[in-house]
Design a binder for this molecule. Structure first.
Ligand code: ADP
Ligand code: MG
Length: 716
């Protein structure tokens, strides 16, 4: 391959799009078509219609009113039409010689002053009309359609000649109603004159079905391959021991921990623990996703899994995406486990990027010696210098916030003492997520994962009341905030992240912070009037650009009740647990995604008091909410069930975006939609194991063909 330095600009652009091999080019399908195969009589054109027609030049002139422009009058069919060009080169004038016949393409406008067309494409008439529709491809800056089209079509030709589209599916096992791949591609890249545009866009067309089927099969084959590969890798078998003998310190940690929990596990927690315990006791690495709505109690499940690992004499690591969240886990798990561990000469270590050197060095040495049986921290954990003595279980909270790479790295951390050992052991992997994936999607995307689901909330929760407030009722809302504080409760006030501009974000949050600080000064006075002895309403501010240590301090102050109100950008989105917070205000709720809103709402209703979530919204430009925004807000009012929310989110956004946002790096599908193409999905699922068992050669060839596309996604 050429080194990128010697590439021309359009070649570089192709490179950027991942379009280098004939195969990747051939699989880059048009997203729409233009019909240049025929001419439309000018008199048949509708106002605003885009047409191709031929006409004779009557005159041309450069005029300066209202603005410098080239004005060309042409005659076609007895009608005149004025062409206008605002950008033109003197050299272009040549083609507009009076009497020349031109082939023009553009949008016709009819008005008081006759027909006109702005910036049509111009060709000298005379050549034959093409006999296929013109494909239009997704492109990028510096890459002209004509160049891209040529590249794609020559890629298609080359790949066909190289035999890259020969069938990889035994004929008797083909799904119904699909065309052979070459024909499908030929049809989609170069549809014959007369092909209806809606046919080309019909997802049930046999050409599209071929691509979808192939893609879904590739997805299933590769996930199955990963699963098979994993079954050949060894992992430490963490037998759970069930003896229950006093005293506490000599009992297995799992038993001791259970005995001292302040609550009974829910049925769902018991069930998923059973699933996890069974996996952990096997000598092949677990690869399990634990999904459960916010507040469903995943942490204690993680703690008990860690205990099983430690009981077997191995180390466990728990990694969280933010320092706040990691620290919260550290506090909670330490309070549960530290006394039990120290009786065994073990401890819980804390590891994060912002740690002081001395503290970090200590943690690192405890991790290396194995004294740290449990390590909790952020992605600092996957850095080079971290060496585990014997890591056997890696738990990743809010797994979708980590990239694939990061998850893989943690898995590779098990090598004893950091040295390559003869018997390569891989740790078990438990991933946790508060955003449930609907079953239909899970089946497609996680064929390589086992899924455990917490579908029950711990008892004693008071449902959160969700209310919608228009922006003009802000003052009323602030009264509510005061009321909550007087009652001794705390309040979250969330400001939206503004993606384009971090500084705007900050301004927004800072202003709200100031506004509330001022408004709540009143509160002190009122409090005094009401006889409350000195109520200092403290308003804290938390945003993404604060240093970690500061964030932690603010969060700590809120947790300890020193702050009454916490104004925050979405840093509190995941995981934080402050049971005394009973009111959550989400400002500009219309800007948040549905699952984000749901996650945020999950921060309240954690104590026994009745809690409220207020969705404060502002109307858009036209005095209305967008369709999707109102669907999201409506869903929030109608349900609190995380699975239902996920389903609605999926309906609103479609699976591509739904998963794109969540599963960074998950193998996205380009053509198929696992919901719409359920029959092909089922076909692929049934076929994949058979292919590996009976047609392994074809399976490999199939994967190789589609790998091109996958690596492209991973780049994206
Ligand atoms: P999430 O699944 O969102 O991570 P957590 O693990 O933070 O949820 O649990 C939420 C709260 O519920 C915590 O305060 C936790 O101690 C409590 N909790 C967990 N399991 C139970 C249970 N079985 N009974 C009562 N409370 C529980
Ligand atoms: Mg959690």
């Amino acid at each position: 391959m050429d080194s990128p330095k010697t590439l021309s600009a359009p070649q570089k652009a192709l490179h950027k799009l991942g379009l280098e091999s004939p195969l990747s080019l051939a699989l880059h399908l048009p997203f729409r078509y233009e019909d240049d195969t025929q001419l439309t009589p000018l008199r048949d054109a509708q106002n605003g219609e885009s047409i191709q027609f031929e006409a004779v030049v009557l005159s041309h002139e450069v005029v300066y009113r209202p603005k410098r422009q080239l004005k060309v009058d042409v005659l076609s069919d007895g009608l005149t039409c004025t062409l206008r060009f605002f950008n033109f080169y003197p050299s272009q004038l040549k083609q507009f010689q009076v009497g020349a016949t031109l082939r023009l393409k553009g949008e016709v406008k009819g008005g008081m002053f006759g027909l006109s067309m702005m910036h049509p494409t111009v060709q000298i008439a005379g050549s034959a009309l093409p006999d296929t529709l013109t494909p239009i491809y997704a492109s990028t800056a510096g890459l002209a359609q004509s160049y891209l089209r040529k590249a794609v079509l020559s890629g298609l030709k080359k790949a066909t000649e190289l035999g890259l589209f020969e069938t990889t599916i035994p004929p008797s096992l083909e799904p119904p109603a699909v065309w052979p791949l070459v024909e499908a591609l030929q049809f989609l890249h170069l549809p014959k004159r007369g092909t209806q545009l809606h046919t080309l866009q019909d997802p049930t067309h046999p050409a599209w079905r071929r691509l979808k089927a192939e893609e879904l099969l590739a997805q299933q084959l590769s996930q199955m391959k990963a699963r098979l590969a994993r079954s050949k890798v060894a992992a430490p078998a963490l037998k759970s021991s069930l003896s229950v003998e006093p005293p506490l310190t000599s009992r297995p940690l799992t038993q001791a921990l259970r005995a001292q929990l302040p609550f009974e596990l829910t049925g769902a927690q018991e069930r998923v623990l059973g699933e996890i315990a069974k996996d952990l006791s096997c000598a092949t690495p677990m690869h399990r996703l634990l999904q459960g709505d916010v507040g469903s109690g995943k942490t204690v499940v993680a703690a008990l899994a860690a205990a099983q690992c430690i009981d077997a004499g191995w180390q466990c690591a728990l990694m969280a995406p933010t320092e706040i969240l990691a620290h919260q886990h550290f506090e909670k798990l330490s309070s549960w486990l530290e006394p039990l561990l120290s009786a065994r000469g073990l401890k819980v270590a804390w590891l994060t990027g912002s740690q002081k050197k001395k503290e970090k060095t200590l943690s690192l040495s405890e991790i290396e010696s194995g004294q740290a049986a449990l390590v909790i921290g952020t992605h600092a954990m996957i850095q080079e210098q971290v060496r585990f003595k014997n890591l056997a279980l890696a738990i990743i909270d809010e797994q979708h916030r980590f990239g694939v790479e990061q998850r893989l790295t943690l898995r590779k951390k098990s090598q004893v003492g950091g040295e390559a050992s003869q018997d390569e052991l891989e740790p078990h992997l438990l991933m946790m997520s508060a955003t449930p994936i609907p079953r239909t999607l899970a089946m497609s995307y996680f064929a390589d994962l086992d899924v455990s689901t917490l579908d029950e909330l711990p008892p004693g929760r008071t449902p959160v009341v969700t209310k919608l407030f228009a922006e003009h009722k802000r003052a009323e809302l602030i009264e509510r905030v005061k009321h909550q504080i007087r009652e001794g409760f705390q309040v979250y006030w969330v400001c939206p992240l503004i993606e384009e501009s971090e500084s705007m974000d900050l301004t927004n949050a800072t202003q709200t912070h100031l506004e509330l600080s001022l408004a709540l000064k009143d509160l002190t006075a009122l409090g005094e009037q009401a006889g409350v002895s000195r109520l200092d309403a403290q308003v804290g501010l938390l945003h993404s650009r604060m240093p970690d240590a500061e964030k932690k301090a603010v969060m700590h102050a809120f947790k300890e009740g020193h702050l009454h109100v916490l104004v925050s950008t979405t840093v509190i989105e995941v995981g934080v647990d402050v049971p005394n917070a009973s009111l959550m205000v989400i400002e500009h709720a219309e800007r948040f995604g549905l699952s984000q809103l749901h996650q945020l709402r999950g921060r309240v209703g954690r104590g026994s008091a009745a809690s409220t979530c207020v969705l404060l919204y502002a109307l858009g430009e036209h005095g209305r909410l967008s369709e999707t925004a109102s669907q999201r807000l409506k869903a929030m009012l109608q349900t609190q069930d995380g699975f239902e929310i996920a389903k609605r989110d999926l309906d609103i956004r479609g699976p591509g975006e739904f998963l794109g946002a969540r599963q960074s790096g998950a193998s996205l599908l380009r053509y198929a939609d696992p919901l719409l193409d359920m029959d092909l999905m089922t076909w692929a699922q049934a076929l994949a194991p058979k292919m590996w068992a009976e047609h392994a050669q074809m399976a490999l060839a199939h994967l190789e063909r589609w790998q091109t596309l996958r690596s492209e996604y991973l780049k994206a």
